[in-house]
Write a protein that binds this ligand. Structure first.
Ligand SMILES: Nc1ncnc2c1ncn2[C@@H]1O[C@H](COP(=O)(O)OP(=O)(O)OP(=O)(O)O)[C@@H](O)[C@H]1O
Ligand SMILES: [Mg+2]
Length: 226
């Protein structure tokens, strides 16, 4: 589904150049639960943002579903981000004055809700264990529950690809495992591909795909058993 070939990313801060990624190659096979695993500062978020076309590589090529991201026009990149990708971030990004259901629906509000979309939002919230929290606002939800709302929001547009940057970074271990399992179950049902950035080897299951990254370089990108 995703092929990354000889990709480098240099962040420039004034005179300073930081090589966040150096000539990396890796892939994300379709339908897999893939982890980008590595220590702090190794380039994990940089890679995830490149996959989501939130940023552009300094060199190299990223192909997603046969499309070369660096050849997309700005309008095509925008559509790719909005329709094809569900983003989940560490800090949930929920709107504090909206309920759980409204937060799931909010990306669709500017264009108008489609028939059945509210029911689907409720169904997704039930699937992630929030059936009795539908009308709660973020300050009435635990961190784990807020992240489940963010997951339901990312899933509602039925993206082929879910990109999550340390989605459990703020949560305790039990909650983290539960959330990743929810994500596994829903994505398996739908055949979505999921890429999750983490520091933690313990979240990786035997049949997950793992891209190990250190100092901006990939040192393995295969099944986790290898
Ligand atoms: N916008 C930026 N400007 C300058 N340097 C940056 C920028 N973003 C990231 N970097 C640098 O690039 C390197 C990789 O950063 P990145 O955020 O990808 O790491 P990470 O693996 O996600 O780390 P963490 O686990 O702490 O989130 C780091 O040295 C970081 O300081
Ligand atoms: Mg990061």
């Amino acid at each position: 589904m995703i092929r990354v070939t000889n990709v480098s990313k240099v962040h420039r801060r004034g005179e300073l150049e930081v090589w966040a990624l150096r000539d990396i190659c890796c892939e994300v096979p379709e339908g897999t639960f893939t982890f980008i695993l590595g220590p702090s500062g190794s380039g994990k978020s940089t890679l995830l943002y490149l996959l989501g076309a939130l940023d552009e590589p300094t060199g190299g090529e990223i192909v997603v579903d046969g499309r070369m991201l660096n050849r997309l026009t700005p309008a095509e990149r925008d559509l790719y981000r909005r329709h094809d990708i569900g983003f989940i971030f560490q800090n949930f990004n929920l709107l504090s004055n909206l309920t759980a259901v409204e937060n799931v629906l909010v990306p669709f509000m500017p264009v108008g809700l489609k028939r059945g979309q509210k029911e689907e939002a409720i169904e997704l919230l039930k699937k992630v264990g929030l059936g009795d929290r539908l009308d709660h606002r973020p300050n009435q939800l635990s961190g784990g529950e807020q992240q489940r709302v963010a997951i339901a929001r990312a899933l509602l547009k039925r993206p082929k690809l879910i990109l999550a940057d340390e989605p459990t970074g703020e949560l305790d271990t039990a909650n983290s495992h539960a959330i990743l399992n929810d994500l596994r179950v829903v994505c398996k049902e739908r055949g979505s591909t999921v890429v999750v950035v983490t520091h933690e080897q313990e979240f990786v299951h035997a049949d997950d795909h793992v891209i190990r990254i250190r100092d901006g370089q990939v040192f393995s990108g295969g099944a986790s058993r290898q």
